[in-house]
Ligand binder design. Structure first.
Ligand code: FAD
Length: 292
């Protein structure tokens, strides 16, 4: 099933993101965690590609297992930066052969070792190049793209960022998923601006439940997200007590999600970080809203 057909139903739904294992030895543990998350029957599960500690090698294995064993719609992430055309085309063929319909087309972060490399000869400079490749593959993919309510860190300003986003959508994005944010007003402001710029595809907000104090620094480093005072106070008060911090982080994320639904958002994507207990608690907090 195509993600766009799920998220435009206009009834509140929840989807989860998981990441693949880094090594063969952790494969079974990660597989088991993703299966627990699949058992919650979310609207879909996305599986990252070489992000969050995972590698690109096992993305499709995890996707296939969730899809075939649990019947949950899946979204396979794919990145293109510093890859050759042959590698990317082969991956697309593998995705096609696995019967996967939904692909999240990403550039990926520039590896640190290549930060100063001459990129002019790279086959793929930006996500838009991958979207064009997916379109040219002849498969009827439902294509997602990433967007940044607080601006991508490499963009000079929001106007430039939204201009590039429009190009990406015009190349064939069917929907967008946002980077994490901790203040919903940033999302509402962003939505207003992209709609003004003529971007009309559905936008799925991405919510990261912060369940331990160490995650805060990493989340800010990764996303550059603004931390509202309300959130900082919570970390200051409960950060040293793991159980209390987890409970408070889940409550904060739940609160954000309820506000998003109340403001007309249909699907919210939770960066569940392979934590079935966190995914289950958030879903449980929303049981009457979701009708589950
Ligand atoms: P792009 O859309 O290419 O944008 C990157 C930067 O280039 C932006 O500043 C943009 O404004 C600019 N730009 C875009 N097009 C052009 C152009 N034609 N000319 C000049 N500038 C341009 N990373 C992973 O490695 N694996 C994952 O699975 C993964 N999943 C993610 C899921 C989501 C929802 C999000 C938000 C991010 C994810 N990332 C993942 C991280 C992502 O790869 C990085 O944020 C990366 O730096 C940018 O990827 P992008 O696809 O947004 O790139």
């Amino acid at each position: 099933m195509k993600i766009v057909d799920i998220i435009t139903k206009n009834t509140p739904s929840l989807s989860f993101e998981v990441f693949p294992p880094k090594t063969e030895t952790t494969f079974d543990n990660v597989k088991a965690a993703t299966e627990e998350i699949a058992k919650l029957c979310p609207s879909f599960i996305s599986v990252t590609y070489g992000a969050g500690g995972g590698t690109s090698k096992y993305t499709l294995d995890i996707v296939k297992n969730i899809k075939q064993s649990y019947g949950v719609p899946t979204l396979a992430h794919l990145t293109c930066v510093s890859s050759t055309r042959e590698t990317v085309r082969q991956k697309i063929e593998e995705i096609k052969a696995a019967g996967v319909t939904n692909v999240m087309a990403l550039r990926g972060d520039i590896p640190e070792a290549l930060a100063d490399a001459d990129r002019s000869g790279w086959a793929y400079q930006h996500a838009v190049d991958l979207i064009l490749e997916l379109k040219a593959s002849g498969a009827d993919f439902c294509i997602g793209g990433a967007c940044y309510p607080e601006i991508h860190p490499e963009s000079a300003n929001q106007k430039e960022d939204i201009k590039r986003l429009k190009e990406k959508v015009d190349a064939g994005c069917d929907f967008l998923t946002t980077q994490m944010f901790f203040d919903n007003n940033l999302l509402y402001n962003f939505l207003y601006k992209i709609r003004e710029a003529g971007i009309t595809v559905p936008v799925i907000p991405g919510i990261m439940p912060i369940t331990n104090a160490n995650q805060v620094e990493r989340a800010i480093k990764l996303s550059g997200s603004y931390m509202p005072q309300r959130f900082k106070s919570l970390v200051d008060k409960f950060g040293a007590d793991p159980a209390a911090m987890k409970q408070a982080g889940i409550a904060y994320a739940t609160d954000q999600i309820i506000d998003l639904y109340a403001n007309g958002i249909a699907d919210v994507h939770v960066y569940s970080m392979n934590k079935p207990d966190v995914a289950a608690k958030i879903q449980g907090n929303l049981s009457d809203i979701l009708g589950k």
